[in-house]
Design a protein around this ligand. Structure first.
Ligand SMILES: Cc1cc2nc3c(=O)[nH]c(=O)nc-3n(C[C@H](O)[C@H](O)[C@H](O)COP(=O)(O)OP(=O)(O)OC[C@H]3O[C@@H](n4cnc5c(N)ncnc54)[C@H](O)[C@@H]3O)c2cc1C
Length: 381
């Protein structure tokens, strides 16, 4: 039993969970991928994503008419939990499946849905998110990338930064100004564009992590033509659309389970090594109790999103508390392993977790800023 087995009383969800586990065990045996921490950011494996798609575990919430399974966000939650707990290499399809598909379903045109959703459901279409800029991270309303009207579409100019996966992706979903900034209405005048990475004028340059890994990019758009057919949603409605998208981005199990493969491996190793002193049992118990309560909160947000209701404040809370837990879990895992002979696979996961730890609370909006959002949502500011 893992903490993910909670809520197993729903037979349909329990069956789905069992089928994902079965797929993962078989797929790992056949293809030999190695469980990794933070694999939803770093584990880019297009063949894995396509196998997952063929098995029906991507595009879970995409309507059947567009090649998906037409199931609920709760079903998707169960699938993503299992993928994260297994440390499977899911980065390639993650963003498209998590937030581009719901955005297309809500705001996309029929042509965009017919064109993109079947590929997302198949695990073969990859997307990056172009929101942040130099000087516009926490304060996203300071975005300067702009799109100006031209015949049949828009000309896009500006530079995005920290664009995860853009060097592999098919498209970047870009947030841009389509009206000049108005200090009195800072959130007005934004729009979203679906921009193919191979369009003339798109320049993708790597930002290399201190470990030498390459996930991030700086993406420059130099007078890039974007056809009207590739405007996502309504011109001028970009802020509202992005805020809705961020609820999906912030509340999922990836804000709690980025280090789960490490934690599960550590607990198993302690168990196998017969380590059962009071201190260890108490630390493991604390960790799991914390994880389980966070998971309940995150699952409740999935239910709210499933009902089509606004969950932005609770989504921000999940992200704040969940990513603090992720960061703390790295320290506790290291402490639990002190004095033990650490197997090489756990050592590799622990090293990666230390390196990625500072990113947990930053990505998806920093925790400090999210607390402001929660306070405003409670009428406190
Ligand atoms: C791993 C990772 C992946 C990412 N992927 C993407 C991506 O794919 N696409 C994308 O668009 N962006 C991406 N980002 C960018 C991310 O959204 C930004 O890093 C984040 O929004 C913070 O913006 P910033 O880095 O500009 O920091 P800043 O906004 O400059 O913040 C710096 C510090 O000041 C604090 N601060 C700022 N304002 C306030 C305030 N009002 N009150 C209190 N404290 C404040 C912040 O909390 C932070 O500690 C990614 C980031 C990471 C770490």
């Amino acid at each position: 039993m893992t903490p993910c087995d909670l809520n197993a009383q729903d037979a349909e969800l329990a069956e789905l969970r069992a089928s994902v586990r079965c797929f993962l065990t078989d797929d790992r045996e056949q293809h030999g991928w190695v469980p990794a921490v933070d694999a939803w950011l770093a584990g880019w494996d297009e063949e894995f994503s396509q196998r997952l798609g063929a098995a029906g575990f991507t595009g879970v919430t995409i309507p059947q008419q567009y090649g998906g399974r037409g199931l609920s966000h709760l079903h998707r939650y169960v699938v993503t939990e299992e993928l994260l707990a297994a440390g499977a290499p899911v980065a390639a399809h993650w963003i498209a499946d998590r937030q581009v598909a719901p955005a297309l379903i809500t705001y996309g045109t029929e042509d965009q849905r017919a064109r993109l959703l079947p590929r997302i459901a198949a695990g073969s279409f990859y997307s990056a998110i172009g929101m942040s800029e130099h000087g516009a991270g926490s304060d996203l309303a300071a975005v300067k990338t702009k799109a100006t009207r031209t015949d049949g579409g828009w000309l896009l100019s500006g530079t995005k930064v920290w664009t995860s996966g853009a060097h592999h992706a098919h498209q970047v979903v870009v947030l841009a100004r389509t009206e000049p900034a108005d200090p009195k209405r800072r959130h007005a005048g934004f729009s979203q564009f679906l921009v193919s990475c191979d369009r003339p004028g798109v320049l993708i340059e790597p930002i290399i992590l201190m470990s030498g890994a390459h996930h991030f990019n700086e993406v420059t758009f130099d007078q890039v033509f974007v056809a009207d057919a590739d405007v996502l949603g309504d011109i001028g409605n970009g802020w509202h659309q992005v805020t809705a998208e961020l609820s999906f981005e912030r509340s999922g199990p990836e804000r709690i389970l980025s280090t789960a493969p490490l934690l599960l491996a550590v607990v198993r190793a302690l168990q196998n090594g017969g380590v059962s002193d009071d201190r260890t049992l108490s630390d493991v118990g604390d960790l799991l109790a914390h994880l389980i309560s966070l998971r309940q909160l995150s699952f409740s947000v999935a239910r709210t999103l499933n009902d089509g209701r606004d969950a932005s404040n609770r989504a921000a809370l999940v992200k704040d508390l969940g990513t603090q837990f992720e960061a703390e879990s790295v320290r506790v895992a290291a402490q639990l392993l002190e004095g033990q002979c650490t197997p090489p696979d756990i050592d590799t996961m622990l090293r990666t977790a230390w390196l990625h730890k500072p990113m947990f609370t930053l990505r998806g909006g920093t925790n400090e800023v999210l607390r402001g959002l929660v306070a405003r949502g409670m009428g406190l500011r």
